[in-house]
Every structure is written in structure tokens, then in C-alpha cells.
Ligand binder design. Structure first.
Ligand SMILES: *Cc1c(COP(=O)(O)O)cnc(C)c1O
Length: 431
């Protein structure tokens, strides 16, 4: 499969090049040159396939013959080795739980899939590649876990100091080995800007080969389609008309869902739910894309003012706002809404939301209020324990830490403190 740059449709690259470069030389995000279509028979028989078979069928057309069948199957199997259960929360509302992976958040799937692809492409290379990643919380842990000990790959993670939870920080600062963490005295947008500048810096590029593991990388973005197929597999017999509500920050996850629909998955509507970082909800209202400054919130993995993947969402609809509005709605919520919802859903339905899931739940309720004939699935993107520091007290007291992460709390943080300054970062990389 060929990919083109969203800045210049004439600039084309293979899947391998798109994965290794991360972003096109002209700063454009890569986008598939064709939108494949899946066999309708496969969709109608989805319940007869294993999760791994579904993953393979869905991703294969986006890769073509650049990874042979056996190697790709192994990558998919290593990626989808934990469950993606659906839980009923209220009459019309279901939670798709994406937090059963090693770092307790949905980014495990994209990170593991990308690590598998990069490991395959670098299998006989002598020059190591440096994966550079900015994280607002969960990406860092997922990338650290996914890439840990992958031969020929170094990982450098930038995260905003004091703006990630204790558990998140432990996940990205305690592995060691090929994983290094930089604690930046600024916001996620500062971290993202520093990473973007490094990719455009010829000095650094001649010193190390860089690649990105943010959701702009096609190998992280596209495997997120799996969630929507796996949800449909579980729901289709009883509830064929689905709305997905996705708590959104950089808009990679929801854009993957919309790509899943574009290749043939039946989905009635998508709802993007954000916190007060509401650039997209405002855009949907007035047609003006005006990113402000990122504001810290309870749902910190979504504290993104200028969501990179939104250009891909627009591209899927030929950059037409009216066309997009038919399939996509966006709402924003305050921290007060989020905390109240976590408490209320726990009290009334005995379901424990994390702050991101709570934002998704709110978006779903708001949309379903006018569409009672549909069934809603919101994506519960993280385990509540990841955000126990800030959970409302009634909820916090009930959170149980899964045994597999208990041991992290006792491990020592190892991070380098840096100002939010590109030159300081460059000096560090050029050592
Ligand atoms: C990253 C993240 C999100 C936002 O996903 P995007 O693809 O960036 O929109 C939501 N919830 C959690 C827990 C996350 O880690």
C-alpha cells in the first residue's frame, strides 16, 4: 500500500517508509492512497472469526506485501493477546473496555503493533533507530512497554512534568534499558512541538535516525481500527445499529474508527467527546479551527489543543464539513461534569469510569438523548487506577489496583529534567 502526504498528494511513500519516517518530509501526515473495501461476507460473518483473524484481515490491505503473511500474523497475534470485553452500563449504553493490556490503557495496541512492524523492518539493519515520542500520559507507558528490549530500537519519551499521574510516570520512567524518559517543564503541546522540531532538524537527523511513535505514525494509528471491529463482533447479533463515543485528545483513536467505517464496518454515528480542550467541538459549530493553549484537566491524556489527527478525519470526508456532520458530532465537558459523572455512574450503575471514559460516557448520553433508537458504545480507554490520584473520593475508595501493576509503585523513577526549550533538548540528543 502506498501512502501520500496530506500536505502534498504527489509525495508518496511505502508503508515501510511511512512507519520509519513517521511524518512526511514536508510535515504532512501520511494517509493511505486507496481506501480498501472489506468483503461484506467477512463483516456479516465476523462472529465466526477469532480476534486475531479479524485483526489480520483488517490490517492486511493497508500493508500489502510489505510484510509477509506469517510475520504479519505474528505481529497481530502479539498485539491482540488480551481481551476487549464489552460491559453493559445502562439500558442503551455499553462500555468497550480497552484497558486490559500491559499498561492498562488502549494505547498498548497501537504501540505493540508499531513495535512489531519496526522490529520487522529493522531486522537486518546495523544502524539503530531512535523512537521519539511526546506523551500527555498514556502513550509513554504503552510505547515503553511495547518497545522494551526490541533490538535495534532506542526510545526517548518526553512528558510534561507534574501533569501525568503517579502510575503513568512510573510506567515510563522505571524500565531502563533501551527506554529513556525526559521530564519537560512545560505542557504536552511543548513536548509535541520539541519532537516535531527535532524531526525537521538536519543536524539531528544526520546524528541519529529518528522515527515517531505518536498516533501520527500509521502503524500506531491504523491498528486502532481493531477495537471497533471487535466491538461490532460482540454487539451485532442484538444491536446492529451502533454509535461509538470516543474520548478524544489527538483524535487518532476516533479517526481509526472512522477508517474502520470507511472500509466497510457498519456504524451509524461517531461522537467525539473532549474535555475543555475543545478545538474540534468549536470547529464543528463555527467552521473555524482555532487551537488555543492546552489546559490541564482530569482527563490528562486528552489535554491537546491542536489535535494532529483531525486533518485525517477531514480527509476521510473530502474536507467537507457538511459531509462530516452527517456521521460525526463533537461535544466538550468540564472537569466538574467528569467528576460528577464518575460518582453518579458508580452510585447508580455500579460501573467504575476513569476520567476519560467518563467524558466518552457523557458524549454518548448527550447524543443518544436525541437518537433513542440506536445503541451506544463508549470506549473506556484506561483503567481507573491510572487516575486514582484525582478521582472523586467516593470512587477512589473503591479502586482496586490490578496485581500486575502493584510492583511498579516500588520501582525507582529515572528521568532527566529539561526546560521546555528546543535547544536544551537538541543538546541532549546530540550528545
Ligand atoms: C490517548 C488517550 C485518549 C485520547 O486518544 P486520542 O487517540 O489521542 O484521541 C483517551 N483516553 C486515554 C486514556 C488515552 O490514553
Amino acid at each position: 500500500m502506498q501512502y501520500y502526504s496530506l500536505q502534498d498528494a504527489q509525495h508518496k511513500a511505502s508503508f515501510e517508509t511511512a512507519v520509519i519516517q513517521g511524518i512526511a518530509p514536508d510535515k504532512g501526515l501520511y494517509f493511505p492512497a486507496q481506501i480498501p473495501s472489506l468483503d461484506p461476507e467477512f463483516i456479516s460473518q465476523l462472529h465466526t472469526y477469532t480476534d486475531q483473524e479479524i485483526g489480520y484481515e483488517v490490517i492486511r490491505p493497508f500493508i500489502g506485501d510489505e510484510i509477509p503473511e506469517a510475520a504479519l500474523k505474528k505481529i497481530v497475534n502479539d498485539t491482540l493477546h488480551f481481551p476487549f470485553p464489552i460491559q453493559k452500563v445502562t439500558g442503551h449504553t455499553y462500555a468497550l473496555e480497552l484497558f486490559h493490556g500491559p499498561t492498562l490503557a488502549f494505547k498498548d495496541v497501537g504501540a505493540r503493533f508499531m513495535a512489531g512492524c519496526l522490529g520487522y523492518f529493522r531486522r537486518s539493519s546495523s544502524r539503530p533507530v531512535t523512537v521519539l515520542v511526546a506523551t500527555s500520559g498514556d502513550t509513554g507507558g504503552a510505547v515503553a512497554s511495547g518497545f522494551y528490549n526490541v533490538p535495534g530500537v532506542d526510545v526517548v519519551i518526553l512528558y510534561p512534568s507534574k501533569k501525568v499521574s503517579t502510575l503513568q510516570e512510573k510506567q515510563l520512567t522505571t524500565l531502563g534499558g533501551n527506554i529513556r524518559a525526559l521530564e519537560v517543564q512545560g505542557t504536552f503541546d511543548d513536548c509535541q512541538r520539541m519532537v516535531k522540531s527535532a524531526f525537521l532538524d538536519a543536524d539531528i537527523q544526520s546524528h541519529r535516525q529518528l522515527t515517531s511513535a505518536n498516533s501520527i505514525n500509521v502503524a500506531r494509528w491504523l491498528p486502532q481500527m481493531f477495537y471497533y471491529f471487535l466491538a461490532y463482533k460482540q454487539m451485532k447479533a442484538a444491536h446492529p445499529r451502533l454509535v461509538f463515543a470516543v474520548p478524544s485528545g489527538n483524535f487518532g483513536n476516533i479517526c481509526a474508527g472512522m477508517m474502520a467505517a470507511a472500509i466497510g464496518l457498519p456504524v451509524s454515528h461517531f461522537v467525539a467527546a473532549t474535555n475543555v480542550n475543545d478545538t474540534v467541538p468549536r470547529f464543528m459549530q463555527n467552521g473555524r479551527y482555532e487551537p488555543g493553549k492546552a489546559v490541564p484537566t482530569l482527563s490528562n491524556a486528552m489535554d491537546v489543543a491542536d489535535p494532529s489527527n483531525f486533518v485525517r478525519v477531514l480527509q476521510l470526508f473530502g474536507n467537507s464539513l457538511p459531509a462530516l456532520k452527517e456521521k460525526f458530532t463533537a461535544y466538550a465537558y468540564t472537569d466538574k461534569d467528569t467528576a460528577r459523572t464518575m460518582e453518579q455512574v458508580w452510585k447508580e450503575h455500579h460501573y467504575m469510569l476513569d476520567p476519560h471514559g467518563a467524558v466518552g460516557y457523557l458524549g454518548l448520553q448527550q447524543f443518544l438523548a436525541d437518537a433513542p433508537e440506536l445503541t451506544g458504545v463508549f470506549l473506556e480507554t484506561a483503567h481507573p487506577v491510572k487516575f486514582e490520584d484525582t478521582a472523586p473520593k467516593a470512587v477512589r475508595d473503591e479502586i482496586h489496583t490490578p496485581p500486575r501493576v502493584m510492583s511498579l509503585y516500588g520501582r525507582e523513577k529515572n528521568a532527566t529534567l529539561l526546560p521546555a526549550d528546543y535547544d536544551a533538548f537538541k543538546n541532549w540528543l546530540m550528545r
